[in-house]
Design a binder for this molecule. Sequence first.
Ligand code: ATP
Length: 585
Amino acid sequence: MINQLPVAEPAEVRAAARRDLRAERRTVVGLVLVNGLASAAGLIGPWLLGRIIDTIQSGSGDVLSAVDRLAFGALLFTVVQTVLAWWALKIGYRFGERTAARVRERFLRRTLALPPRVADHLPAGDLISRGSTDAAVVAFTLRSAVPEVLVALVHALFLIVAVLALDLRLGLCGLVSLLGVGAAVRWYVRRARPAYLAVAATGADMADVVASTAKGARTVELLGLERRRTEATEAAVTRARSARLGALWLRTVLFPWAEVSLALPVVGVLLVGGALYTKDLVSLGVVVTATVYLRQLVGPLDTLMLWIEQLQGAGASYARVEGLADVPTTDAEPTAVPNADGDRIRVDNAHYSYTGVRDVLQGIDLVVQPGERLAIVGTSGAGKSTLARLLAGLDRPHTGSVTIGGTPVADLPPDQLREHVVLITQDHHVFHDTVRDNLLIAKPDATDEELYAALAAVGAMWWEDLPQGLDTEVGDDTELDDAGAQQLSLARVVLADPHTLILDEATALLDPKTARQTEQSLAGVLKGRTVIAIAHRLQTAHDADRIAVMEDGELVELGSHDELVSAGRVYGRLWQTWHAETQNP
Ligand SMILES: Nc1ncnc2c1ncn2[C@@H]1O[C@H](COP(=O)(O)OP(=O)(O)OP(=O)(O)O)[C@@H](O)[C@H]1O
């Protein structure tokens, strides 16, 4: 079990961000262009203001009409800037929406592409918090922060260039005074990544503790573990709180430091500009224009400051979302392609341990022929379900191999795996969606005829009475009963059309009526396939072609019912006892 999913390295995050930006190349170029125009338009107003002051000061010619013209120009360019800035933001929001969707889809695709044996061992809380909280933070940032930050950056750049072009001395004085802001941001950024990664990791840990307590609620209640679980939850909450306080502390330093630093350029330019003006080295209009430019710089820099925290948090979330790409999915390359050995399932000297201390499977050797019906029997804890998991590719043996047609089953990607083998248990799931979409999961390109046939094969003709047929949403107004839900998941199996089915407790714990209905549905699914059934009732074993008997993780007997009964060993004794019990209940 992986305790925590990987987090993408900064270089990987940068590469992923570059890919996302490249995918929206035209939108980004449009955004920068329109934004540049808006910023350029914004520079003209203060420049015209300087011209007004210089015109009034010179007092030559028709001052009044010159001032009117200049003031009208300033007003016009302010309107132009407002319209262009609105347009730039609109483009930015569109970019954000599309990129956020791309990030979410990538996460979903990566999650679904994980082999079952890997997905089964991932920490659920961490995975859920990455797919929900982290993905939401990234989406919000892309939608809101990134466009505004891009707009602010371009605006700030134009203002700095403008003030330098206006008067190099005043420009340099303004820039020197800005160094404080740069130092504050550097200090913050260095500490923010680890702080926000800690916030996300402790949050995921908290979700894990709560999820595992909820999942095991009955065990907690039965074993009286309430106090221990409460303590574990409190400890997780405390860790999450102190991580968040650590991140907040960084802000309490950043903001006052930055606020003071932002006031300095204006003060510096007023002092230096005043001195230069008294010595007639610069006009009053230029000093006023430079002061207005630097004053305007506070706006975009403030925006950058405000969003910088969001960007840092989102950077950490982006690294967590992208980290899914680094989940190790295979520790061995497939040794052959399916078909070298037909559809034959072969288990060679398979050992497996959950804890690394004790092998619960101890050197299993087994070959299942295509089309065969094999029953696995044994006492509780003998290792039947574990063997079923290995056969279904949900885990790989620690030594030895389990192969289908020569390929290790656990190495098959999910879409290929389900074409070969499907494990049927009582844990079926109906998605809150239409009947059609619930079925298409198994075969996205299935035609309606194929869907009707799959439903008919499992006896689920109730779909014809649904208000909108296949397009009826299930799970809301149309609640399916247990048998209906099981039929829907069995219809998915028919569509996936695997050559081998593994049945583990598919009906053992169902009430008799549902069990009977499910067995009838199952019969339609089993037809023409290799079936490996964990047999809880010896009647199932009796009907199988061969029976594998397990004891303490070993395969102790293998043969037909008649062979094993006449051998009179483990199965023979089990049969005698069961037979006696059913004859004299
Ligand atoms: N997740 C797990 N972690 C640790 N040990 C486990 C886990 N699952 C099963 N085991 C242990 O592995 C051994 C084999 O269990 P398995 O469930 O395969 O047996 P089984 O024959 O299917 O039993 P049953 O008929 O009761 O389901 C048992 O000793 C069991 O306690």
